[in-house]
Write a protein that binds this ligand. Structure first.
Ligand SMILES: *Cc1c(COP(=O)(O)O)cnc(C)c1O
Length: 428
């Protein structure tokens, strides 16, 4: 075997996968089974006791899912990964592993609307308190941290305007406080940003978006960076204290730099249950094979559209960090030199009403609540994804009443621009 380290595009196609040992099938089979036959009772006992790795039951692991996990760990540069049913399931399992009732965590205020709801409402019912932070003003964050703060959570590119977060500054704040930095890397994908290289400890994704890439399957992933010392304090008992149900195993001691991924699987996924369907794991794996090609085209198309909108007489403003002179352009160049992603916002002249007319006037572009599809997508966050929030929360999340969000697809860019122009004509 040669010693070459494969490049990103090669890993996106090959990592984790081999021809199927049973049949020679070259693409990864969909292992559509719920359970797996044991060799004998000793084998079964060692699997249940975490003394051996192997398949038991598809709620906990599945061979199609395992290929997806190995591939995502390779693309992010982590030690191990756990794939689950959705991005929100990934977030739930991460916090379940870190928190007990009465604990708190810090989260950037500028987040996907669904995460704002999940953290602010459902997590509250578990006794987990979210403290919203202003990532543009890092000095204020440290003062929000106390003895029961268990993590700092940010998005690499923040939904909906795609602002780039200063990951290294956030990692420093987290590490000074002895807590891990969790980065939601959904909007950038590892093709553009690799948070572990900037100090992140845990990366999560909604695989539903750019990684799957075709708008056809839900999925989520947790990637373990392998960097955090879970035993340095008594803050993380799931990792640092003996587990009765596994014969007294201490997960961090036994599994070292991939113990977080193990804890998420053998405690979080086992008990909370949001397993990914093998079919979805297969579709997302297929999507990942073209991630590099798609992401670059997404970025190139988005930049062309943003430039066009910036000069458009019916457009009030454009927020795209890839534009020269944008207040976020320096961070974008530092963290994501290949491009600024495909999701950004603009304001149509005429405010709320004009925004509604625009999203109702598009033809090729689809008006729906998703991002990261091959197709160009549009939404008016104030009336949809960010509807449950107060006006103030919307403003702070970059989703004010006049905002239109685009997720630029990989169609011919001239067709995307023509569709936008005809829809803008209808706003007057
Ligand atoms: C969509 C999304 C999520 C949630 O993922 P689901 O797969 O829809 O559960 C989380 N974070 C970001 C940035 C997202 O875009």
């Amino acid at each position: 075997m040669s010693q070459r380290v494969p490049g990103f595009d090669t890993l996106a196609i090959h990592s984790g996968a081999q021809p199927d040992p049973a049949t020679g099938a070259r693409t990864t089979p969909i292992y559509q089974t719920t359970a797996y036959v044991f060799n004998d009772t000793d084998h079964a006992a060692s699997l249940f006791g975490l003394q051996a790795f192997g398949n038991i039951y598809t709620r906990i692991m599945n061979p199609t899912q395992a290929v997806l996990e190995e591939r995502l760990a390779a693309l992010e540069g982590g030690t191990a990964a756990l794939a689950v049913a959705s991005g929100h399931a990934a977030q739930m399992i991460v916090f379940h592993t870190l928190m007990t009732a009465g604990d708190n965590f810090i989260a950037a205020r500028r987040l996907y609307g669904g995460s704002i709801n999940q953290f602010g409402h459902s997590f509250k019912n578990f006794g987990w308190e979210v403290r919203w932070a202003d990532v543009d003003d890092p000095e204020t964050i440290a003062s929000q941290i106390d003895d029961r703060t268990k993590a700092l959570f940010i998005e690499s590119f923040a939904n909906p305007a795609g602002f780039v977060t200063d990951i290294e500054a956030m990692a420093k704040i987290a590490h000074d406080a002895g807590i891990p930095l969790i980065v939601d890397n959904t909007m950038a994908s590892p093709y553009l940003v690799r948070p572990f290289e900037h100090g992140a400890d845990i990366v999560v994704h909604s695989l539903t978006k750019f990684l799957g890439g075709h708008g056809n399957s839900m999925g989520g992933v947790i990637v373990d960076g392998g960097t955090f010392d879970w035993s340095a304090s008594d803050k993380y008992p799931m990792l640092s204290t003996p587990r009765d149900e596994y014969g007294g195993v201490v997960l961090h001691e036994t599994f070292g730099n991939f113990s977080f991924a193990i804890a998420c699987r053998v405690l979080g996924l086992r008990d909370l249950g949001p397993a990914i369907a093998p079919m979805n794991a297969f579709l997302i794996l297929t999507g990942i094979e073209t991630l590099a090609l798609r992401m670059q085209r997404h970025c190139d198309n988005a930049l062309a559209v943003a430039k066009h909108l910036k000069d458009h007489p019916k457009v009030e403003w454009v927020e795209y960090s890839g534009l020269e002179g944008h207040h976020n352009n320096a961070l974008q160049k530092r963290y994501s030199p290949k491009g600024a992603g495909s999701v950004f916002t603009f304001g149509v002249k005429g405010g709320y009403e004009a925004g509604v007319k625009f999203v109702e006037g598009v033809e090729i572009i689809s008006h729906l609540a998703n991002i990261g599809d091959t197709r160009t997508l549009v939404i008016h966050p104030a009336s949809t994804t960010h509807r449950q929030l107060t006006d103030e929360q919307r403003e702070k999340a970059g989703a004010g009443n006049d905002v239109v969000r685009l997720s630029i697809g990989i169609e011919d860019v001239a067709d995307i621009i023509a569709d936008i122009d005809q829809a803008l004509d209808k706003t007057a």
